[in-house]
Structure formats: structure tokens, C-alpha cells
Design a binder for this molecule. Structure first.
Ligand code: SAM
Length: 300
């Protein structure tokens, strides 16, 4: 049986309503999307087996992550706030909690193909990444989590580039090492605020990290100082997205753009996707989660 059919069957057994929703969304996708999703899931099975795990373990992780999201969503709808208030809370609750971090990162990795809105961001990354090929000698990923983005970048930029990963979570570093499977990557276990590279980077990826800090503008300014003057920052972040480790609440895409501008960046390409298929006005009123992604350059 194909990995995609297998995972859908396992999810349906544990959570039929959620599986119905996933099937409805995946059913609208073209054959090529489903083929790629299946290839990715086969890659996931290899990754899991290197860790002594299997697809069933991945499904368990995914469902635990989903249950966290549901609880956080209910609380967010009642209070209008995220439950995690500080970096210390997130660090204790998640990054330095190997059990939580393990299921969260496995679940997040699987969501990259099971959730069409996550996959749209990956496709957006793959679409424009080749434009930078030839101009990148030093690549940094901050908060790689599971390692999927840097692994995609390595396919495009090839072996001559220096690749660094900085992450505060030992679990993320371990998972990324196993997902990427290459001795070409240097891993640094550090808070990004304490990281002081001796040379600038040509390309920095920051996937779903700025909502994890208390002061995103401050983080962007620090990243700006690590980037070469004509370098690129690829960034993703969600708005109205309650999660166990989200601290900074963006309420809409404009708030994200304002923070990017204040942090010293200019948008080159941008994507916005609501997770539900409803008109923008209704989505904003109902606080439907919005996924945001952008290729950015340093503002002169
Ligand atoms: C939600 S995951 C993102 C994973 C992946 N980049 C993606 O887009 O799916 C956030 C990652 O950022 C890391 N992180 C959060 N705050 C950090 C900080 N201050 N310094 C370094 N890493 C941090 C976490 O450990 C985690 O691996």
C-alpha cells in the first residue's frame, strides 16, 4: 500500500472526522501533488526507521500535536490571547521538553504534506529558491525544527555551500541531523540571540520562528546584522495561530508586513493562505489562521 493511503487509513481509524477533512482537502489536489506527497511520506518512513520508529509512531505524534492545537484554539477563541506568555515558558514547556518536542516536530513534519496550506508554503519556497542559486556561499537556517527546509535548500544550492543550523532545542538538532543525513551541515545548539557568526550569510531561512519570540522586530534586526547586504531572508509565520509555543500574536498579514518593515526588510515575493476556504473578510472576523511566507531583502 502507498504511504499516503496508509497514513490516511491510520488517521481515519483514530480520528475519522479529521481524516474526512484531510481527504476532502487532498481530494481537490492534482495527481502531481498527491504523488509528491506520497514520495515525501516515503522519505518520512525512512527517516522514522533511522530513529527506530515507523509511520504509526508518526501518526501518533501528529494526533498529539493536533490535540494540542485544538486545546490552544479553544482557549484562544475564549480569551483572544495565546496561552504561552514568555520565551521561558515556551522553552520549559516545549523546546527543552524532549517528549513534547519529539511528537511536535514529527507531527509538524507530516503536516507539511497533509495540510494543503502548509504545503503551499513549501511549494512557494521551492518556486523562488532557484533564483538565488549561484549567489549563495553561506546558508543559515534558524529554528530548523525537523530539517525539511534546509534539506530542500541543499537540493538546490548543492555541495559547495556552507550550511549552518542554529536551534535552541537539542531534540530539533537531533531530528534535523537524522532528516538531513549529511555531514555537510554544521549544527549549533544555541539561542539565536546568543549566536555570533564570524561571517555574514547570503541566505537565511527562518520558518515559523518569529511568533516564538517576545520581540520579533528585535529578532529581525539581529538577523539583518547576520545577512550580507544583498542577501535574502526567507521567512514564514502564521497569524491567529494558537500553539503551545507561540508567544507573539499577529492578527493579520498587515501586522506581519509592518513588523518586517520595522525590522529593516523589504518584501520581494510574498504568499498568504488562510487555512479555511472562506472570503478574507470572514476569515479575519472569525480569526481563521493565516499562513504567511516571504522572500525578503535588506531595506536600504
Ligand atoms: C515551530 S518550529 C519550526 C520548524 C520549521 N522551521 C518549520 O518551519 O516547520 C520552531 C523551531 O524554532 C526553534 N526556536 C525557537 N526559539 C528559538 C530561539 N530563540 N533560538 C533558536 N531556535 C529557536 C525551536 O526549537 C524549533 O525547533
Amino acid at each position: 500500500m502507498k504511504a499516503l493511503d496508509q497514513i490516511m487509513e491510520q488517521i481515519a481509524e483514530a480520528n475519522p472526522i479529521h481524516a474526512k477533512k484531510l481527504r476532502k482537502n487532498l481530494g481537490k489536489q492534482e495527481e502531481a501533488y498527491l504523488r509528491k506527497a506520497n514520495d515525501f511520506l516515503e522519505e518520512y518512513v525512512d527517516f522514522a526507521s533511522r530513529l527506530g520508529k515507523d509511520l504509526e509512531f508518526g501518526v501518533e505524534c501528529y494526533l498529539r500535536m493536533l490535540s494540542d492545537f485544538t486545546q490552544e484554539y479553544v482557549s484562544f477563541m475564549n480569551s483572544g490571547e495565546y496561552t504561552t506568555k514568555s520565551f521561558e515558558d515556551a522553552n520549559r514547556r516545549v523546546y527543552n521538553n524532549p517528549d513534547v518536542m519529539e511528537y511536535y516536530m514529527h507531527g509538524l513534519l507530516l503536516s507539511q504534506v497533509l495540510w494543503v496550506h502548509h504545503n503551499d508554503i513549501v511549494l512557494f519556497f521551492q518556486k523562488y529558491l532557484p533564483d538565488y542559486n549561484g549567489n549563495v556561499e553561506r546558508y543559515l537556517e534558524i529554528g530548523a525544527g525537523h530539517g525539511m527546509y534546509i534539506s530542500e535548500a541543499m537540493k538546490v544550492f548543492g555541495p559547495k555551500v556552507t550550511y549552518d543550523v542554529v536551534d535552541i532545542s537539542p531534540t530539533s538538532i537531533e531530528l534535523s541531523k537524522n532528516f538531513i543525513k549529511s555531514d555537510q551541515v554544521n549544527y549549533v545548539l544555541s539561542d539565536i540571540y546568543d549566536y555570533q557568526p564570524d561571517q555574514k550569510y547570503d541566505f537565511i531561512t527562518l520558518g515559523e520562528v518569529i511568533e516564538h519570540v517576545e520581540q520579533p522586530v528585535e529578532l529581525l534586526m539581529a538577523i539583518r546584522s547576520m545577512l550580507a547586504p544583498d542577501g535574502c531572508l526567507f521567512l514564514t509565520t502564521p497569524a491567529n495561530a494558537p500553539a503551545i509555543d507561540h508567544i507573539y500574536l499577529f492578527r493579520n498579514a498587515q501586522e506581519i508586513r509592518d513588523v518586517l518593515k520595522e525590522g529593516g526588510f523589504e518584501i520581494v515575493h510574498e504568499i498568504t493562505k488562510f487555512v479555511e476556504d472562506v472570503p478574507k473578510e470572514i476569515a479575519e472576523e472569525l480569526k481563521i489562521t493565516l499562513m504567511y511566507g516571504a522572500f525578503l531583502k535588506v531595506k536600504n
